[in-house]
Design a protein around this ligand. Structure first.
Ligand SMILES: NC(=O)c1ccc[n+]([C@@H]2O[C@H](COP(=O)([O-])OP(=O)(O)OC[C@H]3O[C@@H](n4cnc5c(N)ncnc54)[C@H](O)[C@@H]3O)[C@@H](O)[C@H]2O)c1
Length: 392
């Protein structure tokens, strides 16, 4: 629904196909809700709202897809279902059309295997909520052609988004660097640091929300599954060998905001505005986990234990050629995750301290696991006194 809305809002008409009428209705009502608020506040004319809605054609049939230029597949996050839907879609669209997938965790190269025109396929990963988050990751599979990537980048830009092109790997760029950050969070909780304190410290650092609330918003189930994909892809540093608060919550079906139970209890106030309160039930899980006392862990330790894994993995993404430049990583994090913009991104943040200082700080936490291990790139840059964003 979000993709259809954004496309039509920018004047690019779109057919929205689903297998369930109720889901199509939901998509249209979500779009209406977003715009009605704007109209009520005088920020949008009702004529524009009508045009946007007319630009979306909800459909249960493939017929409306026969003449499209580009398709964004966004069905359930299951490889088997996506493969069936993609193969079927490819047969129904024109030979020139481009096919993309909004998958968050499935390999683009793998999905391409069921297609007869894999060069006309790539990833097009949006971030939630689509109408607010500026980033789109365009993922180049092994067989995606340059023309396909260029056309998909152009479509993202025409939708008013800021695309970055990344090579295929588990988690692509954004989730690949987000999950080590979450690992930092789980480690802190296991050591007995209160999640409310972590959220406060990270909000003060500048994040729009702390990691516990972010996990609630993303969904504990979604994070648990994506964490599994990351662990499989990078077992040396992303597999969790001890139970964590996330696995506990998942076991008990506390999925976060979507079922109102997460680190916070999510509800609505009298005016219908979202409200959240810390979930007292978390304490029982922490007792089961036998967490530490949290003593001696300073606010700087909290920041470092969250941010250093993100920095190291971002550097690994450059080393592995997942993304070309530090600027793209920094832009991706600001636009896709809400990384504090005034800090300029993870590499700019690292530059403000200098890599030698950060290496010392990483040394303090190295016993916590490989997510804290400095990369060759960072060690070399520190030795040569280099910055990710060199001053002219
Ligand atoms: N929710 C997010 O935050 C988010 C963010 C980025 C990417 N994504 C990706 O977007 C995709 C969809 O996620 P979601 O959260 O909207 O899932 P969802 O389960 O809410 O929606 C999936 C939709 O696909 C429809 N569907 C299922 N089988 C279909 C078929 N054979 N043909 C046509 N439609 C079919 C369902 O009816 C449903 O409307 C996933 O790949 C997910 O990883 C989600």
């Amino acid at each position: 629904g979000g993709v259809a809305y954004q496309s039509s809002y920018r004047g690019i008409p779109i057919a929205m196909k689903d297998i369930a009428q109720a889901q199509l209705d939901l998509g249209m009502s979500e779009a209406t809700k977003i715009m009605q608020k704007r109209v009520d506040r005088g920020r949008m004319k009702s004529q524009k709202m009508a045009e946007v809605l007319t630009g979306i054609t909800p459909t249960l049939s493939y017929e409306n897809l026969a003449d499209v230029d580009l398709v964004v597949e966004a069905v359930v996050e299951k490889e088997s279902v996506k493969k069936i839907v993609l193969a079927e879609t490819e047969k129904k669209i024109s030979e020139k059309a481009i096919l993309t997938s909004n998958t968050s965790t499935i390999s683009i190269t793998e999905l391409a295997k069921v297609l007869t025109r894999p060069e006309q396929f790539c990833g097009m990963h949006f971030f939630n909520p689509v109408h607010r988050m500026p980033l789109v990751e365009i993922i180049r599979g092994e067989k995606s052609s340059d023309a396909t990537i260029a056309a998909t980048v152009a479509y993202a830009a025409a939708m008013g988004k800021s695309p970055i092109v990344v090579n295929d790997c588990p988690g692509f760029l954004i989730n690949r660097v987000l999950f080590p950050y979450f690992a930092g969070f789980s480690g802190l909780v296991n050591d007995g640091v209160d999640f409310l304190r972590i959220d406060k410290v990270m909000e003060k650092f500048g994040w729009p929300m702390g990691p516990a609330l972010l996990l609630d918003v993303v969904g504990i189930d979604t994070s648990f599954h994506a964490g599994g994909v990351m662990a499989e892809g990078f077992p040396d540093r992303m597999s969790q060998d001890v139970p964590t608060i996330i696995s506990k919550m998942y076991e008990h079906e506390w999925y976060g905001k979507k079922n109102e139970k997460g680190f916070y209890i999510h509800s609505k106030d009298k005016k219908g505005k979202p409200k959240k309160e810390p979930n007292p039930g978390i304490a029982d899980f922490l007792q089961d986990l036998g967490v530490g006392s949290g003593e001696g862990i300073s606010d700087t330790d909290i920041i470092d234990r969250m941010m250093l894994p993100m920095l190291m993995e971002s550097s690994r993404c450059l080393e592995d050629n997942i993304v070309e430049t530090p600027v793209e990583v920094d832009m991706g994090l600001i636009y896709g995750l809400g990384f504090p913009p005034f800090r300029g991104g993870i590499f700019r943040w690292a530059d403000t301290f200098g890599l030698n200082e950060l290496l010392q700080r990483a040394e303090k936490h190295k016993a916590l696991g490989k997510v804290y291990e400095p990369t060759e790139q960072i060690m070399k840059m520190a030795k040569d006194g280099k910055l990710f964003h060199p001053l002219e």
